[in-house]
Design a protein around this ligand. Structure first.
Ligand SMILES: Nc1ncnc2c1ncn2[C@@H]1O[C@H](COP(=O)(O)OP(=O)(O)OP(=O)(O)O)[C@@H](O)[C@H]1O
Length: 258
């Protein structure tokens, strides 16, 4: 009998309250390595809160988060990068006055010089690291199709281009898992096609993905497995086709109690 593989990222009975509201009400679900996992559900279902609780941005009131079987529930957000987890946000946080290239270089990363400036040796190492990062950043801008805009202020980018910059920022960390919060929101159709192409290409290279998304076309095109959340809990899991025809899912979207 073959052993069941340990999930890449797993939430076990995670709860989070905001005053009287249970944003997460004992939510359990997992993401498998090598797959694109979708997280869907009506507005307010708790999707972003779960993503935040699974990456140290929100401290759960109860429950456990495991990464590769290791308990990371209390790990602060900045430690996830070193464990190979990167994420993007619903609203892209970019500094509009800086160029596209500068924004990419500001990304948090796993590098030896962070917080270390005391010795000359550390500084030399830092500069060496910086030039490696600059080369990587250029290559990533090529990859996401933004290289020709590298010297433009990022404030002038379209919604879709900002999402691609955010993805490039995540890729700078060379993550094994990328969590995308609404990558399709505010993105024009041609750039959605580019986004789909990139995610598929990265998946083929071994990167796993989790994505919170309302765009069902994107979910259907990309996701191997879909979790549907409602009222802070997991409602249904399966392939996109399976969950799309599940009556409970239709009811949850229509606001009917499941
Ligand atoms: N910091 C916060 N303070 C108070 N309430 C919050 C906070 N964050 C989330 N909530 C509430 O928790 C619930 C779940 O929110 P969350 O953003 O996780 O849902 P979601 O499924 O991602 O929704 P959407 O699809 O609209 O982004 C919502 O009712 C929301 O208003």
């Amino acid at each position: 009998m073959s052993a069941v593989p340990v999930p890449l990222l797993e939430a076990r009975c995670v709860a989070k309250r905001y005053g009287g509201l249970a944003a997460l009400d004992g939510c359990s679900l997992s993401l498998r390595a090598g797959e694109v996992t979708g997280l869907i559900g009506p507005n307010g279902a708790g999707k972003s809160t779960l993503l935040n609780a699974m990456t140290g941005l929100v401290r759960a009131d109860a429950g456990t988060v495991l990464l590769d079987g290791r308990d990371v529930t209390a790990l602060p957000a900045h430690r996830f990068a070193a464990l190979g987890v990167a994420r993007t946000f619903q609203i892209v946080r970019e500094l509009g006055s800086l160029t596209v290239f500068e924004n990419l270089l500001l990304a948090p990363r796993r590098q030896s010089g962070e917080g270390v400036a005391a010795s000359l040796f550390a500084r030399r190492k830092w500069w060496a690291q910086e030039s490696v990062n600059a080369e990587k950043a250029k290559a990533l801008l090529e990859r996401v199709g933004l290289f020709r805009l590298a010297d433009q202020p990022s404030g002038g980018l379209s919604g879709g281009q900002k999402k691609l910059l955010d993805l490039a920022r995540a890729l700078l960390l060379e993550p094994k898992l990328i969590l995308l919060d609404e990558p399709g929101a505010g993105v024009a159709p041609p750039l959605k096609i580019e986004l789909i192409r990139l995610v598929r290409e990265l998946k083929a290279e071994g990167v796993s993905f989790g994505l919170v998304e309302h765009d069902m076309h994107l979910v259907g095109e990309l996701c191997d497995h879909v979790h549907v959340m409602a009222e802070g809990r997991l409602l249904v899991s399966g392939t996109f086709e399976e969950v799309a025809r599940d009556r409970r899912v239709v009811d949850a979207y229509l606001g009917v109690a499941a």
